[in-house]
Design a protein around this ligand. Structure first.
Ligand code: SF4
Length: 339
């Protein structure tokens, strides 16, 4: 069995670590690029969102590289994500690839469902080995996100633009190579230390801009034209509440214990939107309300044709909280209407 995965930011690093430790033959397709997008656009049904197109492009590229079992997130929520794995499998079959697309349930089966899939993919590896590999993958994920939070601050104020990005690229490579907890800890300490020593503009007060919107386009830089890096070049400090490590912490461990991290944000959105509308639309509205005092502006990333974010986009201008919002519609052709 050769397992292929789609991309979303640097998420392939923990997956690589997990599957290497379990001796699973993992195929990592090229990081998102113009060819990936072109393949996805060419073979997607019209009107689908960019997460579908890019992940389809990834799965095709993984199949070209010999993967026969492809992983794809799915869910039982209100948006159409739940149908993607089946549709993509059918498209791959039509293209002549004899591949199985395995859906990883991100909402209904949670952690146990994922562990059962890993057990199957690892040819029934013993549970202690799976748990140990899984924990180490999570540790890599946490380390990446801890360093990225510092990068977001330094980018805005660094004197030589691009320094924080270069350090982050090196940190990601070092995290990838780290093969035990001690090495991982050292990478975290070393790189946070180096980032804190970057020469910054004296007395410069950066604008604070939040990034919100649909999960995939917020976390996949290729789909949003590296908006965080672009803002950093302009001296803007980006704040984002969405990190995969946060999502896993709550979704897999704390939500089942009754701790709902989204309560606060949903409550904030209630005067304008009373229910979940699928995807991340409810949270996008809540982010504007919740952070109106704290941010100077908000960038709202919305995949073109994504109904949850279209609803959020239309509600945002009518809230009484006075925070400028720039909605960027992410697709193979970008547009940026200002609310
Ligand atoms: S939330 Fe929107 S962009 Fe994301 S998968 Fe659903 S429809 Fe597509």
């Amino acid at each position: 069995m050769r397992v292929g995965i789609p991309h979303m930011g640097n998420i392939y690093i923990p997956f690589k670590s997990l599957f290497e430790q379990l001796d699973v033959d993992l195929v990592i397709p090229p990081v998102n690029n113009q060819r990936t997008l072109s393949l996805g656009v060419k073979y997607s049904p019209e009107g689908l969102c960019i997460p579908f197109k890019l992940t389809l492009g990834n799965l095709i590229e993984a199949a070209e590289m010999g993967a026969d079992t492809l992983l794809m997130p799915g869910g039982s929520g209100i948006c159409r994500l739940g149908y993607y794995a089946k549709n993509q499998e059918q498209i791959l079959h039509d293209l002549g690839y004899d591949t199985e697309v395995v859906q990883i349930g991100v909402s209904e089966r949670k952690l146990f469902g994922l562990l059962k899939i890993i057990k199957r993919l690892s040819n029934n590896a013993p549970w202690p080995k799976i748990i140990s590999a899984f924990r180490f993958g999570l540790a890599k994920l946490n380390t990446m996100d801890r360093i990225e939070r510092v990068v977001q601050k330094v980018r805005a104020v660094e004197q030589i633009k691009g320094t924080a990005n270069r350090l982050f690229t090196k940190a990601i490579s070092a995290i990838d190579k780290a093969d035990d907890y001690a090495a991982l800890k050292k990478v975290q300490i070393d790189y946070i230390d180096q980032l804190n020593q970057v020469t910054t503009e004296p007395d410069f007060q950066p604008l604070i801009v939040g990034i919100t919107g649909e999960f995939y386009v917020v976390l996949e830089p290729f789909s949003n034209l590296d908006v965080e890096i672009e803002l950093g070049k302009l001296g803007v400090e980006v704040r984002r509440t969405l990190f995969v490590s946060e999502w896993t912490k709550f979704s897999w461990f704390l939500n089942p214990l009754g701790v709902d991290e989204k309560d606060r944000i949903h409550k904030a959105a209630l005067p304008y939107l009373k229910r979940d509308i699928g995807g991340d639309g409810w949270e996008s509205v809540g982010e504007k309300v919740l952070h109106a005092e704290e941010y100077d502006g908000l960038v709202h990333l919305a995949p073109f044709t994504c109904m949850p974010e279209i609803i959020a986009q239309n509600i945002m201008p009518s809230t009484k909280e006075n925070l400028p919002v720039l909605t960027i519609l992410c697709d193979e052709q970008l547009a940026n209407p200002v609310c």
